[in-house]
Design a binder for this molecule. Structure first.
Ligand SMILES: Cc1ncc(COP(=O)(O)O)c(C=O)c1O
Length: 410
């Protein structure tokens, strides 16, 4: 027996290990992985970019860089952020090794063991695992189809005997719930947080992946809203718009928060890979990003339509979901009597996998939802997967009905 530290005890880390394994299971139809399909990556563009780099820049790829990030990438991001209305001139950008590292840095910056933080329920499991690792006491607030439940949030803030350090949310194309916050809900949230010391962490990993151009305006970051006194840390990622293998993310915050974050990052990994930062910079400045995003939006939108239509055709009554307007996920709610965990076991035998709702529940027990990811799915297997899944769900509903019938007639 080793004397492991307390930080290895995150319940959700085990879920993530399992999730990664299931996402890549040989011969499985997998709705599990929240990542792009390998066939979508911009391989030839990156080849072209690398081959066209001059020798001095190529050498720089192999070198350490500044802890805060490769300056040309910081400048490119600032421009992109300004276009979204973000205060990238006054606030500071820190490049991180994936946006999960940004979440980790922020948590280390603010959370002492036992401190209270607020999250949504359901919540991105990677973030839950970070919060657990640093000993945060998570209080989760339910979301509905328009965003976080404001009344629930107000009650939680009023009744907690320790003020929460921050609230972590994913307002655009939520993982796992697939929803987008309405403008009204964003403003209500800002009103509730105004004047409190609760920092808002706005995770915008999916904001660029709307399906319809008309919806672009809906993704306007909360950090760009004016007239509220709320400290907001905005995080973003290249994982969903270039490739998770780049391990590139970033955070935008006030100078004071940035300054401490830089020291934490220095101790974590000194700097994010210069290689990846240089390739990403050229991807943006060389004019590759916009056409690639257009391509991704079309691909994901087509997958979403196929999944949405298959679900409408094959799912039995009692299964509900909100049709997503962007992102990677559809979040199915199950009838009361059907348990996601036992569905999972039976689906696995039939060769189809997904992620159970419990994984995204900070309290780790809700068993009434499943997450279907369409981002990693070849288009021609979506319907087959849905048919298998719906057959198993129907079997479960029938089994429960039979059991109830027998009970009533005993
Ligand atoms: C909401 C959300 N935030 C952050 C991340 C992590 O992204 P990264 O690969 O940049 O660490 C993910 C990845 O699935 C995510 O879904």
């Amino acid at each position: 027996m080793y004397a492991f530290s307390r930080t290895v005890n995150s319940m959700h880390s085990e879920d993530i290990k399992l999730l990664m394994k299931q996402s890549s299971g040989e011969g499985m139809i997998s709705f599990a992985g929240g990542m792009p399909n390998n066939d979508l990556f911009p391989v030839s563009e990156i080849d072209e970019i690398y081959n066209n780099l001059n020798d001095d820049i190529k050498k720089l790829c192999f070198q350490y860089g500044p802890t805060t990030g490769y300056p040309p990438l910081v400048r490119s991001l600032q421009k992109l952020m300004l276009r979204k209305g973000l205060p990238a001139k006054t606030d500071k950008v820190l490049i991180t090794t994936g946006s999960l590292q940004a979440i980790s840095i922020i948590t280390q910056e603010f959370v002492n063991e036992g401190d209270v933080i607020l999250t949504e329920s359901p919540c991105f499991v990677g973030a839950i695992s970070v919060f657990e690792t640093y000993g945060a006491k998570i209080v989760s607030i339910p979301i509905d189809s328009e965003g976080i439940d404001i009344q629930f949030l107000k009650n939680a803030i009023e009744t907690l005997n320790k003020p929460p350090k921050f609230l972590y949310i994913t307002p655009n194309f939520h993982n796992p719930a697939g929803i987008i916050y309405t403008e009204e809900r964003r403003k209500e949230l800002l009103s509730v947080l105004s004047g409190t010391d609760i920092i808002l962490i706005e995770d915008d990993a999916y904001g660029d992946l709307y399906f319809d151009r008309k919806d672009k305006g809906l993704t306007k970051p909360i950090k760009s809203f004016e007239g509220y006194e709320v400290e907001i840390i905005y995080t973003g990622s290249f994982s969903k718009i270039l490739g998770p293998g780049f391990r590139l993310g970033y955070m935008l915050s006030s100078f004071e928060i940035f300054d401490k974050a830089e020291s934490i990052k220095q101790a974590l990994d000194a700097c994010t890979s210069n290689f990846m930062q240089i390739l990403a910079t050229e991807f943006i400045t060389g004019g590759y990003l916009e056409p690639y995003l257009k391509f991704l939006r079309k691909e994901y939108s087509e997958r979403k339509i196929l999944l949405q239509e298959s679900l409408k055709t094959h799912m039995p009554k009692g299964i509900n979901w909100v049709e997503p307007r962007g992102g990677f996920y559809i979040w199915l709610s199950l009838p009361q009597q059907v348990k996601a965990s036992s569905l999972f076991t039976d689906c696995l035998k039939k060769g189809v996998v997904f992620v159970t709702g419990r994984t995204f529940d900070p309290e780790n027990h809700k068993d009434d939802h499943i997450r279907l990811s369409f981002s990693n799915m070849p288009k021609d297997t979506i319907e087959k997967g849905v048919i298998l899944l719906s057959q198993v769900i129907q079997d479960h509903i029938r089994d429960v009905e039979n059991l109830e019938f027998r009970r009533e007639n005993q």
